[in-house]
Write a protein that binds this ligand. Structure first.
Ligand code: ME8
Length: 521
């Protein structure tokens, strides 16, 4: 079994913000979960470095696009580990290997008869790097996303015959209802297709910052076709992840991983780039005779004060400030817990702090410290062997499978909720069983043993399942339980044997400063 998940490649025209962090975190949760299932996993992220958004931003700063790209690519590259994201490769579209694949694939598209020379006339947003039809622009000819005034462009370009794929795309959507999720996004993509596809520019004449068109070096490829191909090109030169031998070479030596990981299992994106991924991308792959990805999952926007966060709108919540004060785990948890994955959701420092305190500190943190504390106090840390409480075990029955089924559909918030219900169940179990009462009565020692064992095992089970969301905290906690095993099979209640627990410092300390207070001097 192999699993290949991607994030969009981010524009290097600005620094990373919470929106980028969100998609990377979500893809990382999926990658980690699939690794727990023992699958061969490849997780790709990277940067989109060509085109007008980058060229314009560089010129505004008085530097060359390559310099801006180098500078900001480093910041995106550094973002992933700060989020505890475990991407297997970081692609940059200025990588020469990527550029060669773009030229090769798009030449094939031309040889297959899907490219012709034409004249484009219409609206163009340089921030979106997107051509817009008359009915897609706001009043005053403004971009509906960036609110900037658009210019009408006229340019001789090579065109991609998107219209030739009308029937095949409709057939794809009819045959594979899970190609795009959630359903609202599937419907949106399908209705765009049904409204009638028009051919789109494949190259730009006015621009020089891009991949050169091999059959006409006066042109560069339109940045979106260059960018989309990253998902495919990366596999041809990325080093193989640990444990996977590349088809064409040694693990780690840059073997060709295409045979192992293509087609991609999931492209995770937000709705701003839906049309490119759900219409242009499958059509382009069809034109190049490359197999289509399995799923595109379209999540919503993180909103601040009701508007999509973006650098150009200047309303950005700084993920680094949150990480610095609360750690990456808390950010990961908050974003996937508070905003239903797939829908828009408002984020704020106050709702973050509320979740941190009420759920991470008071629910999971307390459960861990109570469980370990009682085992230390009453049993010197030793966990007895024997049966688990059947009533509690019944509440955990099939949990790992349900979580897996949700993650298979990229329902990351629902999967987390399944787990969290068990965290709450365990806290109720402590209250119901009142081990402190049992501990006072020698005659009930066996009962106490069973309660403590059931608690410890329940805690271990939820912690294994929480690992993709809270990797550092989960590893610390499993370390204290003496049960570092992370596989999903091992998440079953009763699958592990905890013999002895060790004391643990508070997992989610409460005496942290608020997110938006100035750092301590
Ligand atoms: O579009 N809420 O790059 P980009 C949620 N280079 N997600 C958000 C977000 C928000 N407020 N803001 C950004 C591009 N994102 C192209 C992609 S792919 C072949 C080329 C995330 O830097 C989300 O994943 O504008 C969105 O789709 C992506 O960042 C856009 O990043």
């Amino acid at each position: 079994m192999s699993f290949y998940v991607t994030t969009p490649i981010y524009y290097v025209n600005a620094a990373p913000h919470l929106g980028h962090a969100y998609t990377t975190i979500a893809a990382d949760v999926m990658a980690r979960h699939h690794r727990q299932r023992g699958e061969e996993v490849f997780f790709l992220t990277g940067t989109d470095e060509h085109g007008e958004p980058v060229a314009d931003a560089a010129h505004a700063l008085g530097i060359e696009p390559q310099e801006l790209a180098d500078r900001n690519a480093e910041r995106f590259k550094a973002l992933a580990p700060q989020l505890s994201a475990t991407n297997d490769f970081f692609i940059r579209t200025t990588d020469p290997q990527h550029e060669a694949v773009v030229q090769e694939v798009l030449s094939r598209v031309r040889e297959n008869g899907f490219v012709y020379m034409g004249t484009y006339e219409g609206w163009y947003c340089p921030r979106c790097a997107d051509f817009k039809a008359d009915n897609e622009v706001d009043e005053g000819n403004r971009c509906p996303i960036h609110h900037i005034k658009l210019t009408r462009e006229q340019e001789d370009n090579y065109f991609f015959k998107l219209s030739a794929f009308q029937d095949r795309l409709e057939a794809l959507y009819a045959e594979r209802e899970d190609f795009v999720a959630p359903r609202t996004r599937y419907n949106e993509a399908l209705s765009f297709i049904r409204s009638g596809l028009r051919d789109v520019p494949l190259t730009r004449h006015k621009l020089t910052w891009g991949v050169k068109v091999p059959w006409d070096p006066e042109h560069v490829f339109y940045v979106w076709f260059d960018a989309l191909l990253n998902y495919y090109s990366a596999l041809s030169y990325a080093p193989a992840p640990g444990g996977v031998a590349g088809a064409g070479g040694e693990a780690g030596a840059g073997g060709d991983l295409t045979d192992v990981f293509w087609p991609a299992s999931y492209h995770v994106i937000a709705k701003d780039i839906l049309r490119f991924h759900t219409v242009y991308w499958p059509a382009l792959l069809m034109a190049a005779e490359i197999e289509l990805p399995e799923h595109v999952f379209v999540h919503g926007y993180l909103l601040m004060e009701g508007e999509k966060m973006s650098k150009s709108l200047g309303n950005v919540l700084d993920p680094f400030a949150v990480i610095e004060r609360f750690g990456a785990d808390a950010l990961r948890f908050y974003l996937l817990r508070d905003v239903q994955f797939g829908q828009d959701g408002s984020v704020s420092t106050s709702s973050f702090e509320l979740r941190y305190e009420s759920e991470l500190a008071n629910e999971l943190g307390n459960l861990a410290s109570r469980t370990i504390g009682m085992l230390s106090r009453y049993r010197d840390g030793a966990v007895s062997r024997g049966d688990l409480d059947p009533a509690l075990a019944a509440d955990f029955d099939g949990l790992a499978e349900r979580v897996a089924a949700h993650v298979d559909r990229a329902e990351l918030t629902l999967a987390l909720d399944e787990i969290w219900q068990r965290v709450r169940r365990l806290n109720r179990y402590v209250e119901e069983q009142a081990p402190w009462v049992l501990a006072k009565d020698e005659a009930r020692a066996e009962e106490l043993d069973r309660v403590l064992r059931s608690l410890a095992e329940g805690l271990r089970s939820v912690t294994v399942l929480l690992w993709p969301y809270l990797p550092s905290s989960a590893e610390r906690l499993l370390g204290a339980l003496g049960a570092p095993e992370l596989t999903l099979a091992g998440a079953e209640l009763g699958a592990g044997t905890i013999e002895h627990v060790e004391p643990l410092d508070s997992l989610f300390p409460k005496d942290l400063q608020p997110v938006d207070s100035p750092p301590a001097q």
